[in-house]
Design a protein around this ligand. Structure first.
Ligand code: SAH
Length: 231
C-alpha cells in the first residue's frame, strides 16, 4: 500500500536531468522545513510533498520556482496548488481511520494526485479541461504511477463506478458540498474541500458518520472555482 511512487519519482527525476541535483536537494530540504514550521505534522505527508519532483509538474520556464511554497500557473487559467495547501489537505484527509481509495476532483498538474498515489492504494482523479487531463495522464505514465486512474469529465458528478471512496479531495472552490460526491463517500469516509463563504474561502472537512455528516472548518484558503461542464 505504500511507496508506489517513491521509486518511480526518483526514476523520472534521474531521466529529467534539467535541474541541478544538489540545488534541488537543498531546495526540498528548505521546503520540508517551511511546511513543518507552518504546522504540517504528518511525517509521511511532509516527506512525500517535499520530496516529490515538483519541477516535473510545471513548465520548464517555471522549474526554478518549483520548490518555493507558492502556487504557479499551469495554463488554461489554472494553477498548481501551493505545497503547503497540498500537504494540509492530504493531512486532513488522513484523520484516524482507513484511507485506501481516494477520489480527487481537479487533477490540474497531477501534483496532488501523485502525492496521494504515493500514500494510498488507489487514486481516481477527474479533470474538466481536456488539455490538462491529457498532459496529466502523460506525466503520470512517464513517472510510472500504476495506481492512478484519470478521467476527463465534470467532477461534481463523482465516479459512481468506483464508489464508495474512503476519501474525496476537491481542489477547486464550490459554493456548497456537491451532493453526488457526498453520496459517494464510504461510511467513516472524509471529504476535504474549499468552500466559498461570506468572508472568503475556507477549507472544510466533512466526515460521514452513522447519522449524517460532521462538518469542520479548518482554515482560510484560496482556490480557483469549481466549474460545471467540460472543455
Ligand atoms: N490539484 C491541482 C489543482 C489544479 S487547480 C494541482 O495542484 O495542480 C483546480 C483544477 O480543477 C483545474 O485544473 C480545473 O480545471 C479543475 N476543475 C474545476 N472544476 C472542475 C470540475 N467540475 N470537474 C473537474 N475538474 C474541475
Amino acid at each position: 500500500m505504500v511507496g508506489y511512487a517513491a521509486l518511480s519519482a526518483h526514476e523520472a527525476e534521474a531521466r529529467s536531468g534539467s535541474v541541478d541535483a544538489a540545488g534541488t536537494a537543498r531546495a526540498r530540504q528548505r521546503l520540508a522545513e517551511r511546511l513543518s514550521a507552518a504546522g504540517i505534522q504528518h511525517e509521511r505527508v511532509l516527506s512525500t510533498v517535499s520530496q516529490m519532483p515538483r519541477h516535473l509538474f510545471v513548465d520548464e520556464a517555471l522549474a526554478t520556482h518549483a520548490y518555493e511554497d507558492s502556487a504557479l500557473p499551469i495554463g488554461h487559467g489554472q494553477t498548481i496548488s501551493q505545497p503547503y495547501t497540498v500537504a494540509r489537505m492530504t493531512e486532513a484527509l488522513f484523520a484516524p481511520g482507513r484511507c485506501s481509495t481516494v477520489l480527487e476532483i481537479g487533477t490540474g498538474s497531477a501534483f496532488q494526485t501523485a502525492v496521494l498515489a504515493s500514500l494510498v492504494r488507489r487514486v481516481y482523479s477527474i479533470e474538466r479541461v481536456a488539455a490538462l487531463w491529457r498532459r496529466a495522464d502523460e506525466r503520470l505514465k512517464s513517472m510510472r504511477f500504476r495506481n492512478v486512474r484519470l478521467r476527463h469529465g465534470d467532477g461534481a458528478l463523482g465516479w459512481r463506478e468506483y464508489a464508495p471512496f474512503d476519501g474525496i479531495l476537491i481542489t477547486a472552490a464550490a459554493d456548497g458540498v456537491p451532493r453526488q460526491l457526498a453520496e459517494q463517500l464510504a461510511p467513516g469516509g472524509r471529504m476535504v474541500l474549499p468552500l466559498n463563504g461570506d468572508d472568503g474561502q475556507v477549507l472544510v472537512r466533512l466526515t460521514r458518520n452513522s447519522i449524517g455528516f460532521r462538518h469542520e472548518v479548518l482554515e482560510p484558503v484560496t482556490f480557483v472555482p469549481l466549474l460545471g461542464g467540460v472543455v
